[in-house]
Design a protein around this ligand. Structure first.
Ligand code: VG1
Ligand code: CO
Length: 541
């Protein structure tokens, strides 16, 4: 065992979902080691504890796993479960933490950010409930990193992660586990695999784009091997360290190949994609895009059709920028509905307390209390289960949902690669004029509320402030603005736009068109074009 003298490295502050930096930053001397030691220090040491370790397979994943194992051993950990090849999707890691009753897990991923030596890497700690560490814990990590003077590491050979089975690092036991099996078994307990299998054998065609990221092996096992979809249903199925040069973010911009397929001749009935670490999902039908906020609402309305949710949902939660479509379902069904800040870590307490069983974010994140992370394949299987049970296609399900509940037109506009000072200056000015906005009219819309979202956790009373600007209009339309907390360079402004139409008319408009007045009002109020020199967003979802 070696104790290595080190110094604090500035900037080791976890964001929306762990610490994310350029890969070369993580590969700097002591960088990874300092942060891993900070994780152990923040949780009161690793002595005698058990952890899950794995990541999405991106460049440096394999090296980082070996370092973490040797540091866990040197810090006195009793045992680590590691995914074979160092691979674990984020939801599968969450499941393993819970199933094995471990003291938490270390997940290596920068999620939907590209991977490779010149791209992004990330690390996060999940607590024993399987969920991302809450701010009370991440702030301790940051504090520990800021005072880092030495870390402990074992000098030893690499563990052979290529084969499942027991291994050893110093005195610490290691169990190399099949990354897919337990997760796939869990899915079989939640969904009606027989009904989905019958739908597929009846000719229902699926295309799942794994984007050369971690979900490939999971989707092949579940969709092809267990549900009988033909070989080739899963494309880009081989996880690659650089994701084959793809940007593994399942949205209409980055999953363009899949979009083209779904809008092409001979399109399949159902299309889906997931992100780098497998916690996001995009759902498509033939020539049909399901906005993630609508997906959450449709799932809330139909979850009882899946065996794991037959008894009904306990309650639902959505992040603040996510549209209010799910609120309408919750109201109709008499369910409690919570509005939390952005980031899955805010759902954990609500799920642990049994207040909610379904959660979602507009950023292609949906999941339930079967784990404590959002879960891409879970959402895909939930949709397949719903379609099989209703005997309808994606477009029909959506149309009938809108007919019943009305439609929350929704879009997110991302302005990327901004100078941090400019973006902050713009929001600073907006903050200064918030209190003058109520009562004023923009594009014929009257402002009723303008504030900065703060959240008090109903379970532990913890408070999260500064969680995004909200401008709400008399007709329920909404503008939300915040800066991304997952980027690794510059600033990204996220502008979230929402407008409700009750129907029966006007339910099948183009969202950008329907949102026109709200989009123009946002620019008028915040001065986006003037401050940022940008008239069009980089990514529209
Ligand atoms: C983004 C999304 C947020 C999500 C987070 C992590 O954060 O907006 O909803 O929880 O990514 O998702 P931000 O701060 O960049 O807006 V993942 O799949 O990157 O773990
Ligand atoms: Co992700």
């Amino acid at each position: 065992m070696t104790t290595v003298t080190t110094e604090p490295i500035p900037g080791q502050k976890p964001g929306t979902s762990g610490l994310r930096k350029k890969t070369h930053v993580f590969m700097q001397r002591h960088y990874l080691e300092n942060f891993v030691q900070a994780i152990f220090d923040a949780i009161g040491g690793a002595g005698g504890k058990t952890f899950v370790v794995g990541g999405d397979g991106r460049y440096f994943n394999d090296r980082a796993c070996q370092v973490i194992l040797r540091m866990a051993a040197a810090n006195g950990a009793a045992k680590c479960f590691v995914g074979q090849g160092g691979i674990l999707s984020t939801p599968a890691a969450s499941h393993l933490i819970r199933r094995n009753g471990t003291d938490g897990g270390i997940i290596l991923s920068a999620s939907h950010n590209p991977g490779g030596p010149d791209e992004d890497f990330g690390i996060k700690f999940n607590t024993p409930n399987g969920g991302p560490a809450p701010e009370s814990v991440t702030s301790k990590m940051h504090a520990a990193a800021n005072e880092m003077r030495e870390y402990r590491i074992l000098e030893d050979h690499d563990v052979d992660l290529s084969r499942a089975g027991p291994a050893q690092v110093g005195d610490m036991a290691v169990e190399v586990v099949d990354p897919v099996a337990d997760y796939a078994d869990l899915m079989e307990t939640l969904f009606d695999f027989d009904a989905i299998r019958a739908m597929i054998s009846g000719g229902f065609r699926i295309r799942f784009d794994a984007m050369c990221a971690v979900t490939g092996p999971y989707a092949v096992e579940i969709l092809e091997n267990r549900l009988g979809a033909p070989g080739g249903t899963v494309v880009n199925r081989q996880p690659l360290p650089d994701f084959g040069g793809m940007h593994p973010d399942p949205n209409p911009v980055w999953a363009k190949m899949l979009m083209d397929e779904m809008w092409g001749a001979n399109a399949p009935d159902f299309g889906a994609a997931s992100d780098g670490d497998g916690d996001r999902n995009m759902i498509l039908g033939r020539e049909t895009y399901v906005s993630p906020s609508d997906s959450l609402a449709v799932i809330a309305a139909n979850a009882h059709l899946a065996p794991g949710y037959a008894a009904g949902l306990k309650g639902v939660a959505r992040s603040m920028p996510t549209s209010g479509a799910v609120d309408r379902v919750a109201q109709a069904k008499g369910l409690e509905c919570f509005e939390t800040p952005t980031g899955w870590k805010f759902f954990g307490n609500l799920m642990d307390a049994g207040r909610v069983s379904l959660c979602g974010e507009e950023s292609f994140g949906t999941g339930s209390d079967h784990v404590r992370e959002k879960d891409g394949l879970w959402a895909v299987l939930m949709w397949l289960n719903i379609l099989a049970a209703r005997g309808q296609g994606v477009a029909e399900v959506l149309a009938s949902h809108f007919a019943q509940y009305g439609r929350n037109y929704y879009s997110r506009h991302d302005f990327e690669g901004l100078e941090v000072e400019k973006a902050e200056a713009m929001l600073g000015k907006l903050a200064a004029k918030l209190e003058d906005l109520p009562g004023k009219e923009f594009e014929g819309l009257e402002v009723t509320t303008a504030d900065i979202f703060a959240y008090t956790d109903p379970v532990d009373g913890s408070v999260a402030e500064g969680q995004g600007f909200r401008i709400i209009f008399l007709d329920g339309s909404r503008i939300v603005m915040r800066l991304s907390g997952t980027g690794t360079s510059g600033a990204t402004l996220r502008l979230y736009l929402e407008r409700y139409m009750p129907g029966p008319d006007g339910l099948d408009r183009d969202p950008q068109d329907a949102l026109g007045p709200v989009i123009r009002a946002a620019d008028e109020i915040a001065g986006i074009a003037a401050h940022l020199d940008r008239t069009t967003p980089d990514v529209v979802t």
